[in-house]
Write a new protein. Sequence first.
Length: 226
Amino acid sequence: MIPRNMFEFLKVKSVPRLFWSAAHPLTMQPNMISIIMLIIGLTLFGLGEALLIASGVGVSPWTVLAQGITNITSWSVGFATFVVSAIVLLTWLPLRQIPGIGTVSNIVIIALVIDLSMPYLPRFDLLSLQITTAVAGVIVTGIGGGIYLIAHLGPGPRDGLMTGLQRVTHLPIASVRSGIEISAVGVGWLLGGVAGIGTLLFALGIGPCVAATMYVLQRWFKNNAG
């Protein structure tokens, strides 16, 4: 019989404040533990993204969107990604989101981790192993996302959109994030972007994975406080 609270994490509606949470995202003198956990979280996030790429069964939803934009503009995928990120950042204004060290670190650290880890990640020809790698990528990305968001040093562009929309709609984080990712895939696919099994796994799974990480960490440290 499934425990009643097994899916309680899907109801998480805010980023918890734990011992490594900074007092304010705009602080210029964050605690060392906040910085360390930010780096750990972003490193895991980048590793998860790299695993998804290495799986060979689909890129992330936002890359599908960037691919679609290149089909109607003839921009490069990199430039399209930059433009999308800039537009997402503009949506922060009405949502009253606050950037911070984590916002810049998100762009730099994740990109570095992807580039540095890709040569060492295994590639499989068997579909079952490819899907397993993609699932691992989604889970690792979700864990990293939860850890770095709790640091409260400013989210990346897309995570900031997630937390901003959650605050406005009061919907669970898992639902908001899944809705954003599915929307990105849908628009990208309509514009001619290429989606795969890994893309759908990411779109449907990243929200619940981030929410589950926050839920577990909050419960763990609350139960072990003192």
